[in-house]
Each structure stands twice: as C-alpha cells, then as structure tokens.
Design a protein around this ligand. Structure first.
Ligand code: F6R
Length: 242
C-alpha cells in the first residue's frame, strides 16, 4: 500500500489525476473503474484540463462505474449516470457506449445485478479502480455489515450514508433508500486501486480502514489485502495517522 500525502483537496486531485493519466497513456484501451461523490470531482476536472491541452486521449478508454441509485433515471440530476456525464464524459472524447453505470431504472434487482456483473466480466477486468471512502468506511455502496458482499448487489443504504448524501437532494426523504453497487470481489479483482480521500471528517475512516483490523464492519479494510493500492489523501484526512 502506498500513501501519498497531499496538502489539500486540489493537490490530492492533481496527484490522483496524474496516476489515472499514466494509466491511460500506458494503456490507451484501458478499463477504468470510476466513482462519483465529492472526492473525485477535482480529479475529473484536472483530467478534463489535460485532455483540453491535448495531453490525454480517452477515445479507446472503457469505464465501469461502481454504483447507481435504484429508481433514478439517467436524466435525474442526482443519478450517478448524470453525474458522470456532467463531471467527465461530456467533456472528453470517451465513447459513451463504452461507459457503464448500473441501470437504476431496472426494478428487478437480480436482473440489474447479474447484467452488470456480465458487463464487468465482458470487459476483461478493471485496470484501475478509483474509489472514494465513506465516513463509515464504505466503498462503492458496500456498507458495514456482517460479511463482505462479493459481486454486484442491491443494498439498503445505511442511515449514515443517507445523512451524508442528503446534501445533494431537496430533502432527506428524496434520498433513494436502495442502490446497486459492485461488490467487494469486483473491486478486489481490479489490477490497481486508487483511493482519494479528503477532509477531517474522513480521518477516522482512514485510520480504521488502512490501519485497523480487516473486518466487514469497515468494508474498505479489505483493501489492505490487495497488492496494488495507492491512497492519495490530504493532510486533514491523514490527521489521525502518525
Ligand atoms: C461513489 C461511491 C461512494 C463514495 C463515498 C465517498 O460512487 O461509491 O462510495 O465514494 O460515499 O463520497 P464522497 O466522495 O462524496 O465523500
């Protein structure tokens, strides 16, 4: 596990974008596993800037997103498909037909999840998986629980995640209660993993996930068992680590 200490959010974003750029340059037809949320927004902005300068080419890149709220359409501005289009895909030359997000409108959870697993397998695996870290240690929407869930599954969001995500919705009751998410096995099968973490409210999660015992009650702790994990965290997120 490599930990890069960044000064602040901007520095974190630049360092993470550098790692993703290196991946795209080394393997132009790579498969990127992508995340939504506040943590990667700056990273995507930086990638767009380098694309606009002519330094990056996404034309052969495939992307597979971690998760999607169940019940939200791609046109809903709180859906993760909308987020990805708005924050990255609309601004670079990625072929949208090579960008995958779970189908939030599929009401049959089993079908939605098995279709997504097939998509992941059909791409031949993820070269680089970008992750944010939930305050409760979740990755994707793999919430703390009794066991590590393996492949794409439907989850009931925890109160803490609903609370953390309500900032994006008109009110708490508008936050969807369920989501489709890649499982821990899907994530662990990525060749490389890059975690971006910023802010003091993540300091506890960083300590527990990367310096505590490996346990399903802190889903990100499983990453300690992966052989190629890079964490880019700012000083505030690392404030509990000596
Ligand atoms: C997003 C995702 C989540 C977030 C996590 C952190 O696709 O899967 O696990 O990465 O909730 O969210 P932020 O970055 O908003 O603090």
């Amino acid at each position: 596990m490599i930990i890069y200490k960044a000064k602040d959010y901007q520095d974190m974003s630049r360092k993470a974008a550098n790692i993703i750029s290196a991946q795209i340059i080394m393997k132009p037809n790579c498969v990127l596993g992508l995340a939504t949320g506040s943590s990667p927004v700056g990273t995507y902005k930086q990638l767009i800037e380098w694309y606009n300068k002519g330094d990056l080419d996404f034309s052969q890149v495939t992307s597979i997103n971690l998760d999607e709220y169940k019940g939200l359409s791609p046109e809903n501005d709180q859906s993760y498909r909308y987020f990805m289009n708005a924050n990255l895909f609309n601004h670079v030359n990625i072929d949208k037909s090579h960008t995958f997000v779970p189908n939030g409108l599929e009401t049959d959870s089993e079908k939605a999840c098995s279709t997504y697993n097939e998509i992941i397998h059909a791409q031949g695996g993820i070269d680089l998986q970008l992750l944010g870290l939930g305050r409760n240690g979740h990755i994707g929407f793999n919430e703390p629980g009794a066991a590590f869930e393996k492949e794409t599954h439907c989850v009931n969001l925890t109160e803490s995640t609903i609370e953390a995500n309500k900032r994006f919705f008109a009110s708490e009751k508008d936050v969807p209660r369920q989501a489709y998410t890649m499982g821990i096995k899907n994530i662990m099968q990525a060749k490389k993993i890059l975690v971006v973490v910023s802010g003091e409210d993540k300091a506890d999660a960083v300590e527990k996930a990367f310096f505590g015992p490996i346990t399903p009650s802190v889903p990100a702790s499983i990453l300690q068992l992966h052989n190629d994990v890079t964490i880019v965290a700012d000083e505030a997120a690392l404030s509990k680590i000596s």
